[in-house]
Design a protein around this ligand. Structure first.
Ligand code: FAD
Ligand code: NA7
Length: 526
């Protein structure tokens, strides 16, 4: 039976104050699934399915606490045959290679800045794609190895096999050689993550690739089409262009759905100004491979058919929870229409089966946050509640996040749209300011493309319910303010904070102009 719960938000920036749909009790927090005996007639105390961000963290913690633990991890190859090692999405085909390639692109920009600062950098500096990919993949290889060692050190039995439930205490494991074994456990933790979606159009799997293939491409991508307007799409398009390739983003509707639309559109403008083409209101309908080796993409734009040729076509149109083929029905675990498991304190509807990471919707907060640190923290806290007497629940509210587009965007709490819907426009005071980092002046970079915005709840001493920053190092800035938001900072707390000069983060200690006032928020000089 499908759970009927609606996902209110799958985006961390839509967070804000808790709006629990269920009373969460301390009994929930301890999660003593006491109806099952604690004796050891099972092979393991805990089997973790999925060796990604969440699964690894949870398995290591349970091992550290002296439990008998097994962790299964198996990567089903992509349609083009790409596969990778232990560590899951973030390490192999997500955060890590993405941030490193973003850095490669930023370094290219720094080379131009360097000329203004007196460095004799030649104009035609070339980038070596293969060298970058090899360096990134070598780093990933060392991380894969490190995870295997860490599991061994914590006495976790690593099984490189694909797990499918045959009943609620038994898992069938199929390894690479198709050898099948069965293992049983007192408890299970499902942490199987997600995989990229394909558009289901002719040629999509044969000729298109996804983020699962992109970061290990052995040859340069050339003229690239990225389909989708999510953060994965914009981040990848950003660094591909930054590395010097002709780049187009095909957008079906809006940029960065769920994020603050003012900042989403500022990112779009910045990317366009930096040479990225956007094909708006368009969806692809087929991909064909020409004799020349080029990929011919047919698309519909506002009801009119268009065609264009590319070297690489990348789908970044969302991800699917890996829950449909793992026998959850045999174990009695319910999933919703899109395959997500609704959990309370990371427990599924089956008392001894738990779930974390990209595959869950946290029922009390109605959040489904697809972020590595969320999966890790939820996993560790769960294991401590199960095996170390802890009662601390995971808090899915006010989770900071950053989009690593060419101009970075950090956010915590509500977007302006969601804040207006939640609190009412009259109850909000929104402070904002455009700014130019000092380092950009000599480098002759753009004026007024960086931006700071605080959304405050007037009825609650101007408590900050939305934090948004667009500019260099937004991730580093946002992490610190995340702590302030957790501590319930108000506008006056920000005002009372002494800035660090000269930084961009200090902008948040001097915000004066409100949106309501209509006063110009653009800077006229330093
Ligand atoms: P995963 O890390 O996906 O791990 C699940 C593992 O389980 C995989 O190894 C999978 O192969 C395995 N598995 C699945 N089914 C089975 C089975 N039946 N048996 C055995 N093994 C199985 N997050 C951030 O916080 N910051 C970022 O900058 C960021 N950038 C991203 C960039 C990209 C391109 C992508 C795609 C994602 C990014 N994310 C980022 C999201 C982040 O990667 C995920 O939120 C995180 O990896 C989720 O962890 P998880 O434990 O839920 O699952
Ligand atoms: P998201 O956030 O689910 O976004 C999907 C994007 O792809 C969005 O812009 C969609 O447009 C677009 N889309 C979806 N289907 C299509 C088709 N068929 N054609 C064209 N465009 C389409 O996905 P992400 O992959 O970025 O992120 C998922 C998580 O993975 C994220 O939270 C990270 O943690 C990692 P729409 O707005 O619906 O018109």
């Amino acid at each position: 039976m499908e759970a009927e719960h609606k996902i209110i938000s799958n985006n961390p920036v839509a967070d804000g104050v808790p709006s629990p749909t269920k009373e969460v009790t301390m009994a929930d927090a301890r999660l003593v699934d006491a109806e099952e005996p604690e004796d050891h007639t099972y092979d393991y105390d805990l089997i973790v399915i999925g060796g990604g961000s969440g699964g690894l963290a949870a398995a290591k913690e349970a091992g550290r606490l002296g439990k008998k633990v097994a962790l299964l991890d198996f990567v089903v190859p992509t349609p083009t045959g790409t596969t990778w090692g232990l560590g899951g999405t973030c390490v192999n085909v997500g955060c890590i290679p993405k941030k490193l390639m973003h850095q490669a692109a930023l370094l290219g920009e720094s080379l131009k800045d360097a000329q203004h600062y007196g460095w004799a950098v030649p104009d035609n500096v070339n980038h070596d794609w293969e060298k970058m990919v090899n360096a990134v993949q070598d780093h990933i290889g060392s991380l894969n190895w490190g995870y295997r060692v860490a599991l061994r050190e914590k006495n976790v039995n690593y099984l490189n096999a694909y797990g499918v439930f045959v009943d609620s205490h038994t898992l069938e494991c199929t390894d690479r050689a198709k050898k099948v074994t069965r293992v049983t456990a007192r408890r299970f933790l499902v942490a199987t993550g997600g995989r990229p979606k394909y558009p289901d159009i002719p040629g999509d799997r044969e000729f298109g690739i996804t983020s699962d293939d992109f970061f290990s491409l052995p040859t340069p991508p050339g003229k690239t089409l990225v389909v989708g307007a999510s953060y994965v799409a914009l981040e990848c398009a950003g660094f591909v262009r930054g590395l010097g390739y002709d780049t187009t983003v095909m957008v079906r509707s809006i940029l960065l759905r769920g994020f603050d639309q003012q900042l989403a559109n500022m990112i779009g403008q910045y990317m366009e100004c930096h040479g990225i083409k956007f094909v708006r209101s368009a969806v692809p309908t087929k991909v064909e491979k020409l004799e020349s080796g080029k990929l011919r993409v047919t698309f519909q734009q506002d009801g009119v058919e268009g065609v264009e040729e590319y070297d690489t076509v990348m789908w970044a149109i969302g991800r699917e929870a890996e829950t449909k083929k793992i026998g959850l029905d045999k174990a009695g675990v319910q999933v919703d229409r899109i395959g997500k498991i609704h959990t309370v304190m990371e427990r599924t509807n089956v008392p001894h089966i738990y779930a974390i990471g990209d595959i869950i919707v946290d029922e009390p907060s109605q959040r489904s946050l697809e972020l590595t640190p969320v999966a890790i923290k939820a996993g560790i806290l769960l294991v401590r509640r199960l095996y170390a007497g802890s009662t601390q629940p995971m808090d899915y509210i006010n989770v900071p996040t950053t989009v690593f587009t060419p101009i970075e965007y950090g956010a915590i709490g509500y977007s302006e749209e969601d804040a207006i819907a939640q609190f009412g426009e009259d109850n909000l005071e929104i402070y904002h300011s455009y700014f130019k980092p000092l380092e950009w002046t000599i480098a002759e970079r753009d004026d007024n493309v960086c931006y700071a915005k605080l959304i405050c709840d007037k009825r609650d001493s101007e408590r900050v319910v939305g934090f948004h920053v667009l500019g260099p190092n937004a991730g580093e800035i946002t992490q610190g303010f995340g702590t302030a938001m957790k501590a319930g900072a108000t506008k006056s707390t920000f005002d009372a904070t002494v800035g660090i000069h000269p930084t961009t983060a200090e902008e948040f200690t001097t915000l004066e102009v409100t949106k309501r006032s209509g006063v110009e928020a653009q800077k006229k000089g330093c």
